[in-house]
Design a protein around this ligand. Structure first.
Ligand SMILES: Nc1ncnc2c1ncn2[C@@H]1O[C@H](COP(=O)(O)OP(=O)(O)OP(=O)(O)O)[C@@H](O)[C@H]1O
Ligand SMILES: [Mg+2]
Length: 503
């Protein structure tokens, strides 16, 4: 009997120590469709797709692929079947070239010699098929995240993928790059590939998705055709309740200037940056990917060296030569790249939260950690953010992507800072948890702390900021009060130099 599904999963279960990640889950996929797999952080989306691609072995349930039961799914078997997965955290080797990455593990070898030219040529052909202007010899580490994403797709095409799973592919992409990705997804779909698309950016689904499957707490909830439903319906299935206010803005009288950056220069991407943040306001920093926003936050925080410029906290100049100085001066940064800068995945959640706060937890010369205080700090942080985990002793690596992000943000809020800089804090975070993060920004704002908020997502920048600064090509190109801010205005400033170049 021929079924219309190319993949069917039934009664799938998977348990990790202390967590039932998948509880009797069913899932299916047709060829030539884009299926969105949706659910809150920790719902089990990544785990289900890792089971399908053989990364994890299921505890129970059945998988049928292309009409055949697959008893033992392994990465190798999945590859043979044409099931490819692009993980939430990219998995490329940055010190290898594009072609070497595409062919990793299946290099073309003749007579014991790796056929570089042939590999480069074939890689070039695949890149061309995707209309990507990337040279196969380029080192992957020098490419932007978006281009690296495309390389992962190219790699999947080499394996002649008939099922392509993308776990949050757009969380680090700009609007333009997302369009490019969508073009490729549509092309693959039209060629008959079945595509599983995981995302927390619900607004983008309308451009690409045919059908949605929703999970909650490790269980299958429902599936429906996208055209027959609404985002509000989807959200209520995901969260199990309605979310009334997506952007809970609060009004506060604006106070004195708490934080000031004067003529900051640091490399090519931070040129003469000056701005102020006052008590009771959230300053949004908008711009396109690569505008220099992350570089600016890193230079302020002392993570990267400054060439010149002045930083003032409460009207006093502070010398920041490294993160240590910044933290002492009351300036903290929740960074963009959680895997690289934000989180020690091999340490427990508890250590991740406690480590940057050791000065508070272990005051005095002996450096003895006050464990009660530590426990309270960790408890408060995990509660405030509703971090989903069996307990705080588990490795940070075992948390779902969104929950890792919550740890990164939460650890800085355990201390009394004057200035909190958030760089893309809601990346990969589900719709309900985003509201939690906005509420925390509001709480800081109420406490009179300067909140600086870098985001590429126009709705949240417009929804939460009181004042918006726009950057383009390492410079501040515009500044506006929220009352006069529009998407068009922001885009105008964000593309200022690009427009000039194009003319
Ligand atoms: N390797 C692991 N070891 C222990 N627990 C794990 C492991 N992988 C996932 N989990 C747990 O399984 C549950 C489901 O996680 P999963 O990563 O599938 O969620 P998700 O839906 O992808 O969430 P997100 O949107 O945050 O990425 C979580 O509670 C997570 O902590
Ligand atoms: Mg995930």
């Amino acid at each position: 009997m021929k079924t219309e599904y190319i993949v069917e999963m039934t009664h799938i279960t998977k348990t990790f120590p202390g967590v039932r990640a998948l509880d009797d889950v069913s899932f299916n996929l047709k060829s030539g469709e884009v299926l969105a797999l949706l659910g809150e952080n920790g719902a089990g989306k990544s785990t289900l797709m890792k089971v399908l691609s053989g990364v994890y072995t299921r505890d129970g349930g059945e998988i049928t692929a292309f009409g055949n039961k697959v008893e033992k799914m392994t990465p190798k078997r999945a590859k043979e079947l044409g099931i490819a997965i692009i993980h939430q955290e990219l998995n490329l080797c940055s010190h290898l070239s594009v072609a070497e990455n595409i062919f990793l593990g299946q290099e073309i070898v003749k007579g014991g010699v790796v056929q570089r030219k042939q590999m480069n040529d074939e890689a070039r052909a695949i890149l061309k098929r995707l209309s990507l202007e990337i040279e196969p010899e380029t080192l992957v580490g020098s490419l932007s995240v978006s281009k690296q994403q495309m390389i992962e797709i190219a790699k999947a095409l080499l394996h002649k993928a008939r099922v392509l799973i993308m776990d949050e592919p757009t969380s680090a992409l700009t609007a333009k790059e997302i369009n490019e990705l969508f073009r490729i997804i549509r092309q693959l779909r039209d060629e008959g590939c079945g595509i599983v698309y995981i995302s927390h950016r619900l607004e983008e689904l309308q451009h690409i998705v045919d059908r949605v499957t929703i999970m909650r707490d490790g269980q299958y909830i429902t599936s429906m055709d996208f055209k027959d439903t609404t985002l509000d319906t989807i959200i209520s299935y995901m969260v199990g309740r309605d979310i009334k206010e997506k952007f809970p803005r609060i009004q506060m009288p604006v106070g004195e200037t708490i934080f000031e950056v004067r003529n900051l220069n640091a490399g090519r991407m931070v040129r003469d940056v000056s701005f102020k943040a006052r008590a009771g306001e959230i300053v949004g920093i908008a711009g396109l990917m690569g505008a220099g926003r992350t570089e600016t936050t890193r230079a302020i925080f002392g993570a990267d060296p400054k060439e010149s410029g002045e930083i003032l906290v409460d009207g006093k100049t502070v010398k920041i030569h490294g993160p240590h100085d910044a933290i002492r001066a009351g300036v903290v940064l929740a960074p963009e790249d959680r895997k690289k800068d934000g989180l020690c995945t091999k340490l427990s959640v508890r250590d991740n939260i406690a480590l940057p706060n050791l000065d508070l937890l272990a005051p005095g010369a002996l450096g003895v950690v006050r464990s009660l205080k530590e426990a309270q700090m960790v408890e408060a942080a995990t509660k405030d953010f509703q971090i989903k985990m069996p307990n705080a002793e588990v490795d940070a690596a075992s948390l779902s992507g969104g929950n890792q992000q919550k740890v990164v943000v939460s650890k800085w809020l355990a201390r009394n800072s004057r200035v909190v800089i958030f760089d893309e804090p809601t990346r990969g975070i589900d719709v309900a948890a985003k509201v939690e993060i906005y509420n925390i920004m509001n709480r800081l704002k109420k406490e009179g702390i300067a909140v600086i908020f870098v985001s590429s997502e126009m709705p949240e920048i417009l929804g939460m900021s009181d004042r918006i600064i726009v950057m383009c090509d390492g410079r501040i190109t515009g500044e506006m009060d929220i009352r006069e801010a529009t998407q068009e205005k922001i885009m105008h400033y964000a593309t200022q130099f690009e427009n000039k170049l194009a003319q």
